[in-house]
Design a protein around this ligand. Sequence first.
Ligand code: MG
Length: 242
Amino acid sequence: MFPYNPPLQSQLSRLIPAVLMIQAVILDYDGTLVSFDREKAFEAALEPLELDPPAVSANLAELDRKRATSGAYSRRALLARVAPGLEEEALQRAEAAFWQRVMETTRPAPGALDLLRHCRENSLPLGLLTDWDGAPGLKQARLEASGLLSWFDAVVIAGETVAARKPRLEPFLEMCSRLNTRPENAIMVGDKVESDLVPARDLGMAAVWIPGEYPGVWSPHVSQLGEVILLLETSPETTGNE
Ligand SMILES: [Mg+2]
């Protein structure tokens, strides 16, 4: 299903005490469960602004990555920076084109469906814990368009479902409550160390990094979501070998 990963095996020994009682799996959305083409999304936003899309969109995508590291923010404000003086209505159209292209290019990450299937087959409750996108209802619309929502037992959009966003602890606690699990019995998988993993670990969760666009150092980490199955299979609670 996925290649053998010796570094992952060596990480297991450090994680095993934390995963002994895993009863729920919580996934971040962007960059973890799915990916989208950031540069193509900015190209779509810039087309109606009559700028040189390929040249500008690459720079915008890089700026976007840096800003998104610290959480949700307004893409409209970013677009306004490259097209000063533009009317609000045109900016709104550009932003809508950005999100439309994001939705069109969103794909499940490698191994995502393997992990979702594994959780369902093993009756492991699944939670989707994601930050809002800076506009009410937008993340919900993106989640519905992904076709992946039916896999999840609970969804928390931090910033909407609860007011606080990651890395605050409230969204994580709300998710545990909805999954009817204690934090120490949950595993969190995310691509941003500071907002996905640090708060999860602070609450006692097992926290697993999937490196992507954002820098960081964290152990344990996996190269794709299918490898999380290996971690889950070390847990007596989920394999019935208690
Ligand atoms: Mg993410």
